[in-house]
Design a protein around this ligand. Structure first.
Ligand code: IVH
Length: 670
């Protein structure tokens, strides 16, 4: 649709209106958790603004909502001194120790009534952000408390930070940048698929994200923030409770659970309550920060060299457990990476039975001196596979066995190769069955070619019976091949063949992703498909051409060129083409394929007919999203057996709930 170019005055007015409207809706969505329009309508506003700004680039300002994500990667981070040091907090672990804290306080300011604010201690990274002349000005990481890095560009991508505020004074806000579990999981899944090391916990992932040089990449990580301090021209309000209120009034995001407590007993109740409920949050908290409420009293109490005397962090017990390593196995992944895994004596850890724990790589085993038979302390953060924190060497009986990392692939016995400077050894055999198995599973995965029914058990049989020796072999499977396999009848075999047939028509971006090229995730695959339109042009592309594409840097580019140079991959592509797979870009997937687009689901309790992961995958596949916590944005809460607090919250907020039967109907699985 061709639109007339507006006179500049009118354009300026229109732009101003759009910015005000976008700012309002960003706050409603990201800060208040209470959206007023659909994502689609919001996107339309942004698009309209982008269009006008393109016509009138002279009207673009750094505070425009279109300017959150900088175009250019930054060269590095400037070191900046904090105007007042960002102190850390003393810790305590028991009610007894907390009482001692209060006694100390009372000794210094005797005879005064002490009131508190109790806040959740978010496990993220401290950040200080400054606003000047009502505008977002600078963000600095905590660093060593005295100096930090100027991470302004990266923090600007966090949508819950306003870019304009309604207060002309110099304002400094401090808080915690964190990564919600959901984003954390996504990042790790993607990294695992790429054969990159996963982050151990959301905090490390948040730290890694804040240090990225490319703001576009930071934006894709979906960091968030909770703020807890505010200084207006260097001054605080008369109490912490007032600080939080002022933050909210200016449009900053604060944690909704913070509570004013008129005595220590109430603080302890808050701690006990959240010790139980913390699993229901979609971010990691490791305790409660107890703060003397009155700023005047805070000043009287002052600080030691390291900690304020008016605040303490009352930690939750760690999600740790002790167990024994029964064995160490070595898995071979799709890229041939050898990963050692500890097989554990089963142990319960925050409600989940743990039987395995990743040991990352050879060096990690050496560094921690982990032996078979050792008792180890394991720890779980978030939803992640637990890790071994330490070995209990005092419990050794001398029967423990040192582990020697295999020099051959444990599956095909070919030699392995560990490039200099890398921590991971890889199997060198291009047709290693372990690699093939993982490649097939990746190829068939829902988000790739989406061949339903082609799971681990079936792939194992296909490989064992040598019915499949490479990916294209899938496309010449016959009914009788399948019907003779275990747990496969005529009907399920035919269904699978139909699924395989259907996969030939998938969009080319899915095929590119399904090939399993190192570093090419879904987003990159989509960008490649948009640019090249077909696989043959992609296969011929030079490094120079590839790095022209957004999302493709030299590392990714080289990996793509390398992939299409390998004779076995040239052969693979040829055979897939011959099998009749769609090699060129089609129209976008039909809307009808994504009937749950825009809908947000929360799952609680156990479903009888499918696992939580499968349910989540199906929802995502149909275009919906799955969230860990119930909010006003939630479309449905799916309720299984023995639901948790999420059901209560749904009822409180009036969110519709679906029983399993209703849910299956919705996803057409009944
Ligand atoms: S108050 C002097 N409040 O925990 C006041 N800190 O171990 C110090 N943190 O450096 C900060 N949630 O990065 C405060 N609600 C909260 C917090 C919090 C997380 C972090 C913060 C601080 C560290 C101290």
């Amino acid at each position: 649709m061709a639109t007339k170019r507006l006179p500049i005055k009118q354009a300026a007015l229109k732009i101003q209106k759009l910015r005000t409207s976008i700012k309002y809706h960003e706050k409603k969505y990201y800060v208040d958790n209470d959206p007023q329009i659909s994502d689609y309508e919001f996107d339309q506003l942004v698009k309209e603004l982008e269009k006008l700004e393109k016509q009138f680039p002279e009207l673009i300002t750094p505070e425009s909502p279109t300017q959150r994500v900088g175009e250019q990667p930054v060269a590095g981070f400037k070191s900046v001194e904090h105007r007042t040091p960002m102190l850390s907090l003393d810790n305590c672990y028991t009610v007894e120790e907390l009482r001692e804290f209060e006694e100390r306080v009372k000794r210094i300011i005797p005879g005064q009534k002490i009131e508190y604010v109790a806040e959740l201690k978010i496990d993220g990274l401290g950040i200080s952000t400054i606003y000047r002349d009502e505008k977002y000005f600078q963000a600095v990481s905590r660093g060593d408390g005295f100096r930090g890095d100027d991470v302004s560009q990266n923090v600007k991508t966090i949508r819950s930070f306003p870019l304009i505020i309604n207060n002309p004074h110099e304002i400094e806000v401090r808080g915690e940048v964190y990564l919600p579990f959901q984003s954390f999981q996504k990042i790790n899944e993607e990294r695992a698929k790429m054969g990159e090391p996963v982050f151990a916990n959301p905090r490390n992932a948040a730290a890694g994200s804040l240090r990225l040089l490319d703001p576009k990449e930071v934006a894709s990580r979906h960091l968030d923030v909770f703020l807890y301090s505010i200084f207006i021209d260097g001054k605080e309000q008369e109490s912490q409770w007032k600080n939080l209120k002022t933050l909210r009034e200016l449009g900053f995001k604060t944690n909704p659970s913070s509570r004013q407590c008129s005595n220590l007993k109430q603080v302890i109740s808050f701690w006990e309550e959240w010790r139980e409920k913390r699993e229901s949050l979609d971010y990691d908290v490791d305790g409660v920060v107890v703060k003397v409420d009155s700023t005047k009293q805070q000043r009287l109490l002052g600080s030691t060299a390291k900690f304020p005397r008016w605040s303490i962090s009352f930690k939750f017990p760690a999600r740790q457990a002790t167990t024994k390593i029964k064995d160490i196995a070595v898995q071979v992944g799709r890229t041939g990476a050898l990963t050692p895994v500890a097989i554990l004596e089963p142990v319960k850890l925050s409600g989940i039975t743990i039987t395995r724990s990743t040991l990352h790589n050879e060096d990690e085993i050496k560094r921690k001196d982990i032996r078979v038979g050792d008792y180890v302390l394991i720890e779980r953060s978030g939803d992640v596979i637990p890790k071994v924190v330490s070995v209990m060497k005092e419990r050794r009986t001398k029967k423990e066995k040192k582990f020697s990392f295999p020099s051959k692939c444990p599956v095909c016995h070919s030699s392995t190769f560990r490039p200099e400077g890398e921590a991971i050894s890889r199997c060198t055999n291009p047709s290693c069955p372990a690699k093939l198995k993982e490649s097939l599973l990746h190829f068939a995965w829902r988000r790739a070619m989406n061949i339903e029914g082609l799971g681990v058990a079936l792939v194992d049989q296909l490989l064992e019976k040598k019915l499949v020796e490479n990916i294209p072999d899938l496309y010449s499977l016959k009914l009788e091949d399948l019907a003779n396999l275990e747990r496969m009848g005529q009907k399920s075999s035919q269904n699978l063949l139909d699924e395989i047939e259907r996969s030939k028509q998938r969009d080319v971006s899915r095929l590119i992703y399904a090939l399993g090229i190192r570093y090419v995730g879904e987003r990159t695959a989509q960008a490649l498909a948009d640019y090249f339109k077909d696989i043959d042009s992609l296969a011929k592309a030079s490094l120079e051409e590839l790095i022209q594409i957004e999302d493709v840097g030299p590392k990714v580019g080289e990996s793509i060129v390398f992939f299409f140079k390998q004779p076995e991959n040239i052969e693979l592509i040829k055979k897939l083409k011959k099998a009749g797979l769609n090699f060129s870009s089609m129209k976008e997937e039909k809307k009808g394929d994504r009937p749950l687009a825009g809908q947000i689901f929360v799952l609680t309790g156990k479903l009888s007919s499918l696992s939580r992961e499968d349910a989540a995958e199906i929802i995502e596949d149909l275009g919906g999203t799955v969230s860990n916590s119930v909010s006003s944005k939630t479309t449905y809460v799916v309720v299984g057996d023995t639901p948790g607090g999420k059901l209560e919250r749904a009822q409180k907020l009036g969110i519709p709930t679906l029983e399993e039967r209703e849910f299956l109907k919705l996803i057409k699985k009944d």
